[in-house]
Design a protein around this ligand. Sequence first.
Ligand SMILES: Nc1nc2c(c(=O)[nH]1)N[C@H]1C(S)=C(S)[C@@H](COP(=O)(O)OP(=O)(O)OC[C@H]3O[C@@H](n4cnc5c(=O)[nH]c(N)nc54)[C@H](O)[C@@H]3O)O[C@H]1N2
Ligand SMILES: Nc1nc2c(c(=O)[nH]1)N[C@H]1C(S)=C(S)[C@@H](COP(=O)(O)OP(=O)(O)OC[C@H]3O[C@@H](n4cnc5c(=O)[nH]c(N)nc54)[C@H](O)[C@@H]3O)O[C@H]1N2
Ligand SMILES: [Mo]
Length: 778
Amino acid sequence: MGKDDVVGVGDYEGAAAGWGALKAVADAVRGQMDIVKETRGLLSMNQPHGFDCPGCAWPDPKHTSSFEFCENGAKAVSWEATAKRTTPEFFAAHTVSELWKWSDFDLENEGRLTHPMAYDRATDRYLPISWDEALARIGATLRALPHPDMAEFYTSGRASNEAAFLYQLFVREYGTNNFPDCSNMCHEATSVGLPESIGVGKGTVTLEDFDHCDALFCIGHNPGTNHPRMLTTLREVAKRGVPIIVFNPLRERGLERFTSPQHPVEMLTLGSTPIASTYYQVKVGGDIALLKGIMKTLLALDAKSVADGGPGVLDRGFIKNHTAGIDELLADLDATSWDAIEAASGLSRLDIEFVGNIYAKAERVIINYGMGITQHRHGTGNVQQIANLLMLRGNIGREGAGISPLRGHSNVQGDRTVGITEVPNDELLDGIARVFGFDPPRHRGHNAIEAVEAIRDGRSKALVCLGGNLAVAMSDSEVTFKAMRNLDLAVHIATKLNRSHLLLAKQSFILPCLGRTELDVQATGPQSVTVEDSMSMVHASRGGLKPASEHLRSEPAIIAGMALATLPETRVGWANLVSDYGKIRDCIEAVFPEFADFNARIKQPGGFRLYVAASEREWLTPTRKANFFVYPGLDEDPRAANPAALTLTTIRSHDQYNTTIYGLNDRYRGITGRRDVVFVNERDLASRGLKHGDLVDVSVVSDVGSSPGERVMRNLTAVAYNIAQGSIAAYYPEANVLVALDHYDAESGTPSYKSTPVLLRASPSHEVLRRLVQAANE
Ligand SMILES: Nc1nc2c(c(=O)[nH]1)N[C@H]1C(S)=C(S)[C@@H](COP(=O)(O)OP(=O)(O)OC[C@H]3O[C@@H](n4cnc5c(=O)[nH]c(N)nc54)[C@H](O)[C@@H]3O)O[C@H]1N2
Ligand SMILES: Nc1nc2c(c(=O)[nH]1)N[C@H]1C(S)=C(S)[C@@H](COP(=O)(O)OP(=O)(O)OC[C@H]3O[C@@H](n4cnc5c(=O)[nH]c(N)nc54)[C@H](O)[C@@H]3O)O[C@H]1N2
Ligand SMILES: [Mo]
């Protein structure tokens, strides 16, 4: 069967971005917004006085003068600024049991939530409720819990610094550090791994560094879809003739070729800039082996150079003055055989040595990485191997070089900075005690997996969510959904209806909030919030659109209301803080000294950069050095030893924002109108007697892992795809049914969304279908 003979599966011929992207923007906007709103909305995005795009955390160029937007940013904005509304009338017309059967797309596509709602068991419906009554009932229930540690307070990374700071303040005054957050499912491996290696849990580069690098590595991220504004940077780097080395099991269009809609001449001539000069399809989960292979090459080159009387290729001065642990690393690399590296990475020694040579020749190297690195059992190990590789040539803390984790949500990094963490340090806790005069709890709280486990086991009875869609984002959907129905209290601060809201507790509330695009007026007038991007730049964001409903409240106002209703003896002047967000920023500055002159510094266009010690070669580690970390072995999941096993990774389509599904197309991968597909290497199909277009079942190899029950996705359509042999890919969040709750990185708690050993079989219904077709033809 040819590629195009399968419904909804074809090849994408164009480059990433370009005309296809402009058409997609027009379609997205037409579906959701009226035209006046649209131009006003888009024109103020990522401008010095506008709002920060809720799409991703890629930084804006300094002094943005031109129109910085991208297709997926436009989708995110139009999805929020939609003219559609999910009103009390809507809820009156549909029971929750009925809504449960709707698709995730259909739920959110009803539009913006307009009123606070409370679930009513007698009618199985959400009914409108006043703000005062909702907050009073929530406060009473939280107060009545036997212990504050029986409540979980989730944060999704769209919350502003101001909202997140007030939230952690409320929760700590209430008495717990239970802060599961989306970061736990995302870059936690970075937040845990990098502080051990280099003393900060953030990237060390700035956008300007990309103008000076002379080699760029992109490992496990898909910028054409998830950080489209990064393509502009990649294009500039490529134009300078700098090699861009990509490691990704799938051929991702955005990394291969790219035409920028902001450079119309190229679009008109259909020219495009080749991006990946070298693209390596590493096996899913093979990055540890690959990184060790590159380092091994470096050592060989170094030995040769020294033997020839040269200076070597390692940065001896940096290693001696700035690092600890080199001997252990060298011993580990010596003990790792090329055979093992080739088997685990799926790449040849020759290829890896070629990359090692490029790395050794480059004076300044930046390594970017995303979820392909962090969401593994060895996610922290992956991150630390990247740091090792950079440190061997002193590629941290100087111009044009460094480590660049691409954050997900637009303010997920800022939320951490202002205190959303289940493992608070003394600086944070002492700061709170000093500024607010209460003693915050000091013991560790729950991360996302621990929160779901506690809810599952009945140890936690209340869940408050500042945005997000925790149940759908979390692994092990069946276990997680069931757990959520055990709660006494569920509170969702949200802009749109999603499946998590339909997992009913004894009392369930939906509290509708303003989005980032909307005007936020408090007692002293219109307010701005602040966010921090992937490169530690903090800047202001102010929405200008009329709120979706007059009943909406801002996130800071809702949190303050909840705090007042829960903590009668509170030490915090909540109403005063909410009246003027500048006062919240004063408090942030009082707790965290790095925010000195906060209100003044956000007035400068583009904002300011937070101090990142590692960028200055100041190492805030216990050894006061940057540390080389050994990852023992190459981490192969014992289940993958099953000769029939393939390793499944779960990925985002071009038409989604995490659990928000905008549409059913995945343009750059040639998929139209469907998501029920699995991407498989042609040879892996053939060796199983399967072919492109067959209906298949994907089930987990389940001899390890303690959660019971067979995990299987049935009747997916197999798509023969350019993916590393031994690896297969399916879409997040659907494939979360296959990822066990206890399948995670032990060091960081990040779910291993990107490596589950699975079996692929013809689905029984395929046989039935085949016979029916045959019978019909006879
Ligand atoms: N439009 C849009 N933008 C987004 C998001 C969105 O959903 N939609 N989500 C936001 C969020 S929260 C995040 S965290 C980021 C996510 O952005 P990405 O990090 O790009 O996330 P993924 O789509 O999960 O894909 C990761 C890439 O890793 C590759 N990969 C999979 N497994 C492996 C592996 O084992 N090794 C290697 N080397 N590569 C692998 C996949 O093929 C894919 O290209 O994007 C943010 N921006
Ligand atoms: N299998 C698999 N699972 C994954 C991943 C994966 O790659 N594979 N990726 C993981 C990652 S990286 C992440 S970050 C998580 C994402 O997990 P979450 O952050 O929990 O999920 P989102 O889909 O981003 O949340 C969408 C919801 O946020 C609400 N919302 C949108 N804007 C606002 C706002 O301004 N304010 C408020 N209060 N609410 C708002 C809307 O109601 C919307 O339905 O998923 C993780 N899950
Ligand atoms: Mo994320």
